[in-house]
Design a protein around this ligand. Structure first.
Ligand SMILES: Nc1ncnc2c1ncn2[C@@H]1O[C@H](COP(=O)(O)OP(=O)(O)OP(=O)(O)O)[C@@H](O)[C@H]1O
Ligand SMILES: [Mg+2]
Length: 340
């Protein structure tokens, strides 16, 4: 059923793009959807992958090229891509994406944070990293990605999280195409247990490509009328794209009792559950951003870090439920040897 829904979504997305005169995106949509991951196996497989990267570094023969069957076959079942998005800018998408990435990364479940805000991405600033390479370097080689190239381009945060930065200059964004971004993300899903993607609020080809690869969308809004209006438009658009409603987590950031807007009121207004609330904490968040040290690397016992941990729990819960659902579908589709 899920596969069927995804196929339907793929067809719908394709026709939507055609209607929007984005025909150049359509071809890439035929190469997507390699899911079927058992979350419990992620750590084991990620370990295998790490060993493989080490081994690849030492080997003499050239790595398989794009024409080799070994290259095209996924190295392991895909990891999970989590896109963080808001139709309205400035609501805290990058704050959430960086913290979620830091929180999800472990040695057993390695994570990569991708900055898909091609013109003015600031993930590297939020993590106090000096950008040497960026997504432009990988997208230029989207047809010939291999572990060595990817390993070389990704930066490493001191907590171990890998980071794919946005281009150093806005004009370099012109060289990065949505199809290439899609291929890069698909490759990263084979290598990492989690691929967290920070997005720009513009619903352009790149963001659509991100949504296409995403297994989970963390939709962010703030408790104010313009942001809530934009969230409504986003949910409508997701409907049109047939993005599975169950794959969306809706989060309200900068919650402030003084505004008089409660999560319940927003949920009622949008007819959409609020899955997470992060309080407004100007001093704490500003200090964290300015120091380039995510909140989840500091004291996690107090808000808003504690609320981010709760959100992390909700995300993991959702992904486990997703994996279970997919496993059930797979099981139901498996031919029965004895007709039972
Ligand atoms: N919970 C919060 N409390 C107070 N301030 C916050 C909170 N979350 C984020 N901010 C602040 O809001 C501002 C915007 O945050 P951020 O850059 O993460 O938003 P964004 O949605 O990624 O913006 P853009 O659309 O520019 O990419 C930053 O100054 C950040 O410090
Ligand atoms: Mg941002």
């Amino acid at each position: 059923m899920l596969q069927c829904a995804r196929d339907k979504r793929r067809r719908r997305v394709t026709s939507t793009f055609a209607a929007l005169n984005l025909a150049d995106l359509v071809s890439g949509y035929l190469h997507i959807f390699q899911y079927w991951l058992d979350i419990r196996l992620v750590s084991e497989r990620a370990g295998d992958q790490k060993k493989r990267i080490e081994k690849d570094k030492g080997r003499k023969e050239p790595p398989p090229g794009p024409d080799d069957e070994d290259f095209r076959r996924p190295a392991r079942p895909a990891g999970r891509a989590i896109a963080v998005y808001s139709a309205k800018g400035g609501v805290g998408v990058t704050t959430l994406a960086t913290n979620l990435a830091v929180g999800l990364h472990t040695e057993e479940t390695p994570a990569v944070l991708v900055d898909s805000c091609l013109q003015f991405g600031d993930v590297s600033v939020f993590l106090n990293l000096q950008v040497k390479n960026s997504i432009a370097d990988l997208s230029a080689r989207a047809e010939e990605l291999d572990n060595d190239v990817v390993d070389e381009v990704l930066m490493t945060h001191e907590c171990g999280l890998r980071v794919l930065a946005a281009p150093q200059r806005p004009e370099m964004a012109d060289d990065v195409h949505a199809d290439q971004v899609r291929k890069v993300l698909q490759f990263l899903k084979r290598v990492f247990a989690y691929v967290i993607i920070d997005t720009s609020s513009t619903m352009d080809d790149t963001t659509l490509a991100v949504l296409d690869v995403a297994d989970l969308l963390v939709a962010v809004a703030t408790p104010d009328i313009p942001a809530i209006k934009d969230a409504r438009l986003l949910f409508d658009l997701l409907n049109v794209l047939e993005f599975p409603a169950g794959h969306v987590l809706f989060v309200l950031n900068k919650m402030d009792r003084r505004t008089g807007i409660t999560a319940e009121a927003v949920a009622e207004n949008l007819k959409h559950a609020v899955d997470g609330e992060i309080p407004y904490a100007e001093q704490t968040v500003t200090a964290s951003v300015n120091r380039g040290v995510p909140l989840l690397l500091g004291d996690k016992s107090r808000p808003p870090a504690r609320n981010l941990l709760d959100l992390l729990g909700a995300i993991k819960h959702k992904l486990v439920a997703q994996a279970k659902e997919e496993e059930e579908v797979k099981e139901a589709e498996r031919p029965r040897a004895f007709g039972r």
